[in-house]
Ligand binder design. Sequence first.
Ligand code: ATP
Ligand code: PAF
Ligand code: BAL
Length: 257
Amino acid sequence: MGALHEGHLSLVKEARSCNDIVIASVFVNPTQFGEGEDLDKYPRQLERDAELLGDCGVDHIFTPNCDDMYGKNYGTYVDCKCFDDIPESIARPGHFRGVATIVTKLFNIVQPTNAYFGQKDAGQCVLIRRIVEDLNMDVNVVVMDTIRESDGLAKSSRNEYLSESERKAATIIYKSLTAAKELITTNPSASSSDIIDVTRNILNSEPLVSEIQYISVESMSTMEAVSQPSGSKDGTTISLACVVGSVRLIDNIVLTD
Ligand SMILES: Nc1ncnc2c1ncn2[C@@H]1O[C@H](COP(=O)(O)OP(=O)(O)OP(=O)(O)O)[C@@H](O)[C@H]1O
Ligand SMILES: CC(C)(CO)[C@@H](O)C(=O)[O-]
Ligand code: BAL
C-alpha cells in the first residue's frame, strides 16, 4: 500500500533476485478498510516509493487509482468464509474480503509466477494461500520473514503515526511476544492460555498500550486457535493486535515449527 520501508523492500529484493521481471503494486486499497479506520490518513508518498523501487531494480510499478480498480458498476468480491472467525477478522470485519478481492484482481492483471508477502500480516498470508488453492490460481506464494527495527518493533507504515513516547512504548509488543517464545522454550507443554496470560501481562505493564484487541495462539497454516502448541501437528504462531496511544499495531512470532 506504499509508504515503503525495509519490510516491503525485502520482498522486492527477493523477487528481484529470483525472477526475470519484477512488478510492484502500490495501491491503498479502500475495500480492506472498515468504517472509522485510517484510509484517508494512510501515508501516500508515491514519488519516494518510486525512487526506492527503482533503486531495487523493479521493472514496473503498478499504481492504479480507485476508479481503475473499482469502477462505478463494480460488484464482485472474494469472500473466504472460513476466515470470518479468526481474531483479526473479528477485529476488522470485512478486512479480509477486501484483501482477497484486491489480491485476486492484482493476480488476474499481473499474472505473476511468484508473489511475495510478509509474515508480519500472518492472517493475510494464510488467506492468500487459501484463495490461490480454492480458486485454482497458478501463482506461487512466497512468505518472507518480518523485518524489524533494531529494538524489535516490526516495521510498518503505521509506525509513522506514533509520537516519540508511543514509539518507545511500542517496543513492548515484541518484548511480550519474545516472552511467550521463552515460556514455550523452557516449558514445551505450556498451554496457549498460559502463554497468552504472560503476553497480556507484559503488554498491560505499558501504560501507553490503551487496548489489547486480541492475543491468539494459532496454527500457522490455517490460523485456527490451538489450545497447546506442542499438541499441534502444524507449526504455531502467537499473534496480537493492540493500540499504542491511538495507533493500532499488529505483530506475531513463530512459537513452534
Ligand atoms: N516489517 C515487515 N516485514 C516484512 N514484510 C512486511 C513488513 N511490513 C509489511 N510487510 C508486507 O508488505 C506487504 C504490503 O504491506 P502493506 O503495504 O499493507 O504495508 P504494511 O507496512 O503492512 O502496512 P501497515 O502495517 O501500516 O498495515 C504485505 O505483504 C506485508 O505483510
Ligand atoms: C493485500 C496487499 C498486499 C495488496 O497489495 C496490501 O493491500 C496489504 O498488505 O494489505
Ligand atoms: N498489510 C495490512 C494492511 C492493512 O492493515 O490494511
